[in-house]
Design a binder for this molecule. Structure first.
Ligand code: HEC
Length: 134
């Protein structure tokens, strides 16, 4: 058809499956670890987790369209948590201990259990998140 035209392939995929995938065709590969639960396009749908367009620099839990933030995550947000590079890095590395530390709670629950162990991959993800703005 149009070999090499990934934008077209993405569009076709979206048409075939009744929705767009929620991220652009040039999205870095490491971000594929997130797309089961998050969309990244502006105004993208909530899935298991909130849409992440423009998340860098924002206060935590501030997506008004996402109603399923967990209690422990809301408690973390209530401490004044915001998504600086440093906080994004620690959260994406391992969400559970990060939330324990921020909330002071001995045990926390969250659906986000993805752990990105490699610092270079986290840096790539954070750069990508920072690029998602108007
Ligand atoms: C299994 C589902 C799942 C996967 C996979 C996942 N997340 Fe999440 N994520 C969530 C949920 C659910 C929340 C809401 C937090 C809560 O309720 O604990 C969240 C919250 C977030 C937030 C904070 C959003 C806010 O509004 O403050 C960021 C940033 C984030 N995820 C980034 C990522 C990145 C980057 C990846 C991939 C490396 C990823 N997530 C993978 C489910 C997931």
């Amino acid at each position: 058809m149009f070999p090499g035209n990934r934008k077209f392939a993405t569009l076709l995929f979206g048409l075939m499956f009744g929705s767009t995938p929620g991220y652009a065709a040039d999205t870095p590969k490491v971000v594929r670890a997130c797309v089961a639960c998050h969309t990244f396009d502006k105004g993208g749908a909530s899935k298991i987790g909130p849409n992440l367009f423009g998340i860098a620099g924002k206060p935590a839990a501030s997506d008004p369209d996402f109603t399923k933030y967990g209690d422990d995550f809301r408690a973390a947000a209530a401490t004044g948590l915001s998504w600086t590079d440093e906080n994004l890095d620690a959260y994406i590395a391992d969400p559970v201990p990060f939330l324990r530390k921020v909330t002071g709670r001995a045990s926390v629950r969250t659906y986000m259990i993805t752990r990105i162990r490699r610092a270079d991959e986290r840096a790539q993800i954070i750069d990508y998140l920072k690029s998602l703005k108007d």
